[in-house]
Design a protein around this ligand. Structure first.
Ligand code: MG
Length: 387
């Protein structure tokens, strides 16, 4: 069997470790060429001992000697820093990269990988949020492809198999509603970090869990869907589905709606992306619909969760606006996690940052880098002025 060699960036996070589960289940099918992590060096060393990549990269340069001392005796190359990671994306010992890092830092390695013709199993949603237009342009002249790992986009992709894209009426992205779905606007004033980190259905990293609580995650997924499936924002909607069994839907021109269902488990969309949209046997728990008394759907409350509407603003204005929203959100979420601002301030910080940052049309990569830096500075200034 043809063996696919992969790079996993963000290997110690939630998506990264689940990706390596699938590699372990299919040793004849997948090999690991590169493992890269942010700062969890001990976990990276353990993963490297097990999966024997050619190269292990740690973004946090202060952890480099630990990594090198542990792995070089085993004949595994090591490197540190974001520049080394970006350069590694141009190596020719792998064909697919799973981009499982969180945030803006996923952008540069993804762009480098596309430039060198790699296939992308995309879990880093910020890449398409920040640079959807640029990446779409790059893909049109590259042999690289993107397969979504995000469960909603994987669901939509699966619903579109065998369909004529011209017959798609709208995309319906499901949202769990997060931990605060049933709280009143008044109650949201004083929710704590611990409350916000209690996601009802999915076990994820802190940043995406807070994004789920504000529904910014769903806004990002609407933007991501616009670029992945080339459907305008006004034909993409979010619906709250607290059980997280229907992973998303597509409505067609004849009124038919297709959905993909399953237990909330990221192994499924990761497996589908790694298998090039062909189905592989899974040992995971199956869905038993009779275990669920009901599957419910409701309109999202955009008064309570104003971040959701930022998706449509981002798509209407285009240019660098989504980049500004992402940068301000990353800074605001970090400040919330550190206890420096309140939950509802996250939206305020983003809105104020947008008001103080100009948008540029059709940005180049350098424009995005510059906008990201400026927006982060503005967002930090706004946070400081709140306190
Ligand atoms: Mg998702």
């Amino acid at each position: 069997m043809y063996k696919k060699n992969i790079a996993v960036i963000g290997s110690t996070g939630s998506i990264g470790t689940q990706t390596l589960d699938i590699v372990s289940e299919n040793p004849d099918r997948f090999g690991v060429s590169i493992l890269a992590a942010g700062s969890r060096v001990d976990e990276l060393i353990e993963q490297a001992k097990k999966h024997r990549p050619n190269l292990a990269v740690i973004a946090d340069e202060s952890k480099y000697s630990t990594l090198r001392n542990a792995l070089e005796p085993l004949g595994i190359e090591t490197a540190a820093g974001s520049k080394a990671l970006a350069e590694a994306m141009e190596r020719d010992d792998f064909s697919t990269v799973v981009t499982a890092t969180v945030g803006y830092s996923g952008l540069e390695p993804t762009i480098r990988a596309i430039r060198s013709g790699k296939d992308i199993a995309l879990a880093n949603k910020e890449t398409l949020v920040v640079a959807g237009e640029l990446i779409t342009r790059m893909l049109s002249t590259s042999t690289a492809t993107i397969l979504p790992v995000d469960s909603e986009h994987s669901a939509i992709y699966q619903c579109l198999v065998g369909e004529d894209p011209a017959t798609v009426d709208r995309l319906i992205i499901t949202a769990s509603g997060g931990p605060f779905r049933t709280r009143s606007a008044q109650e949201l004033l004083n929710v704590t970090v611990a409350d916000a980190l209690k996601h009802p259905n999915w076990n994820m990293g802190n940043k995406i869990t807070i994004d789920s609580a504000t529904m910014m995650n769903k806004a990002f997924e609407i933007i991501e869907a616009r670029w992945l499936f080339n459907i305008p924002g006004n034909r993409i909607e979010a619906v709250v589905h607290p059980q997280s069994i229907v992973h998303s839907m597509v409505q067609f021109c004849d009124g038919a709606v297709k959905a993909q269902l399953g237990v909330p488990d990221m192994h499924l969309p990761i497996r589908y992306a790694l298998g090039d949209a062909r189905r592989m046997e899974s040992p995971e728990r199956r869905l038993t619909l009779s275990d669920y008394a009901s599957l419910t759907f409701e309109k999202p409350d955009v008064e309570k969760f104003p971040c959701l509407n930022l998706a449509y603003r981002a798509l209407d204005e285009g240019g660098t606006t989504p980049c500004v929203i992402n940068a301000a959100n990353e800074i605001a979420v970090a400040a919330f996690l550190e206890g420096r601002i309140k939950f509802l301030d996250i939206y305020k910080v983003i809105e104020s940052t947008l008001a103080r940052t100009e948008s540029t049309k059709h940005p180049s990569y350098d424009d995005l880098v510059q906008t990201n830096t400026i927006a982060r500075t503005r967002a930090n200034e706004i946070i400081n002025s709140l306190n």
